[in-house]
Design a protein around this ligand. Structure first.
Ligand SMILES: [Zn+2]
Length: 330
C-alpha cells in the first residue's frame, strides 16, 4: 500500500500542491495499520480531500479534481498555471472554512473606511497593525499568516476567502515591520467591505498591491479604502517640512508628526515615500522607526490563536490548522 500512497502523493504534487501542504494535510491518526484496510485508505482520501479542498470521489479512484475551478479572482497574476490557481483556491477555502467555524459571527456587514477608522481611533492613538487585526476579529473576520504554502513557490501575497457570505483573510508573504503588513491587511479588508468577491470563493493578490501599479478598478478601490482607513484620506497630503530628507531625518519627522496626524509612523513614512516617489528612502526609514526588525507572522498568528474558539473544531482539524499556522503546541 506504500506504493499506492506514493502514487497518491505524486498525483497531488502534479495537481499543484507543495510537499509541505500535503504533509500538513496528512491526518495525524494515519498509521500503517489504517492503511491495510480499504476503509482506512478511503478515510485517508476523504481527509486529504477535505483539507486540500478537493472533490473526494475522484480521489478514491486516484484522480484529483478541484471543487472550486476557475471561479476565484486573481490579481496581478503573471505565470501561474491553472493547476496552481486551483490548488491555491482550494487550499485557501478549506482553511477559511475551518477558521470561520471557530470564529463567532459579528452581525456587522459592510463598514466604510471612514467609520471603521473613527471606531478604531476612539480607543487607539492611530490605526496600526494590532488595532486593525483586533477590528477584523471583532467584525467576525479571522486573519492568519499561512506558514504552509499550497504551492512550492511562495507566490502569494495575500488572499480573501469567502465561505457562506463570511470572509477570512490569509496573509502569505511575511514582512519584518508592521506598517507594510497593516497596508496589506487594510487592502484585503477593502476587498471584503467593497463586495469585490461577489460570489467568488476567493480573491488572491498574488503580488504586493503596494508595490505594483494596476489598471484594475477593484485594486484601486481597495488601495483607497486602505489609505482612508490608515491615514484618514486616500490623497491626504503629508507635509514633512523637510526640503530634502534621508532615512533617519524622515524617521524623526514622522515620529514627531504621528500624534498630530493620527497616522502610525511607519505607515506615514511609506505614504511620504509613495507621494515623493522616494520609496527606497521610506523603506529604510522603517529601520529607524521600529526598535527591532522581527517577522510579523508570530504576532498575527498569536492573536489568532487566542481569538479562535478551538473547541468548535475536531482535534484532527485543530492539529491541521495549527500546522498551517505554525503554532507550536501541536
Ligand atoms: Zn487586491
Amino acid at each position: 500500500m506504500a506504493d499506492e500512497n506514493a502514487k497518491l502523493i505524486d498525483r497531488l504534487r502534479k495537481a499543484g500542491f507543495s510537499r509541505a501542504a500535503i504533509e500538513a494535510a496528512w491526518p495525524s491518526w494515519w498509521t500503517e495499520d489504517a492503511d491495510k484496510s480499504p476503509s482506512g485508505r478511503a478515510e485517508l482520501r476523504f481527509a486529504l480531500a477535505r483539507r486540500l479542498g478537493l472533490d473526494p470521489r475522484p480521489l478514491l479512484g486516484e484522480r484529483v479534481e478541484f471543487i472550486w475551478n476557475d471561479e476565484a479572482k486573481f490579481k496581478h497574476l503573471s505565470a501561474a498555471s491553472e493547476h496552481q490557481k486551483s490548488a491555491l483556491t482550494s487550499f485557501g477555502v478549506s482553511i477559511g472554512r475551518l477558521l470561520l467555524r471557530a470564529t463567532p459571527r459579528s452581525g456587522i456587514r459592510n463598514v466604510s473606511a471612514d467609520k471603521l477608522r473613527d471606531s478604531i481611533l476612539s480607543s487607539n492613538a492611530f490605526v496600526d497593525l494590532e488595532s486593525l487585526i483586533s477590528a477584523c476579529w471583532a467584525l467576525g473576520i479571522p486573519v492568519i499568516y499561512l506558514r504552509v504554502f499550497p504551492m512550492e513557490a511562495k507566490s502569494m501575497h495575500a488572499m480573501v476567502v469567502s465561505v457562506d457570505d463570511r470572509f477570512a483573510i490569509l496573509l502569505g508573504r511575511d514582512a519584518q515591520y508592521p506598517a507594510p503588513v497593516a497596508f496589506t491587511l487594510a487592502h484585503e479588508l477593502g476587498h471584503v467591505m467593497l463586495d469585490h468577491l461577489k460570489g467568488a470563493p476567493a480573491l488572491v493578490d498574488v503580488e504586493d498591491p503596494a508595490s505594483t501599479s494596476s489598471d484594475d478598478d477593484q485594486e484601486k478601490e481597495a488601495d483607497q479604502f486602505a489609505l482612508t482607513l490608515l491615514t484618514g484620506g486616500a490623497d491626504r497630503e503629508i507635509k514633512t517640512n523637510l526640503k530634502e530628507f534621508n532615512a533617519p531625518t524622515l524617521a524623526n519627522a514622522v515620529m514627531r508628526a504621528a500624534a498630530q496626524y493620527r497616522i502610525e509612523p511607519g505607515t506615514m513614512a511609506l505614504c511620504v515615500g509613495y507621494q515623493t516617489g522616494l520609496w527606497a528612502v521610506a523603506t529604510s526609514a522603517l529601520n529607524f522607526i521600529y526598535s527591532r526588525s522581527i517577522p510579523a507572522w508570530p504576532e498575527v498568528n498569536g492573536i489568532a490563536n487566542s481569538e479562535l474558539e478551538w473547541d468548535e473544531l475536531s482535534i484532527d482539524s485543530q492539529c491541521y490548522l495549527k500546522k498551517v499556522m505554525a503554532i507550536s503546541d501541536v
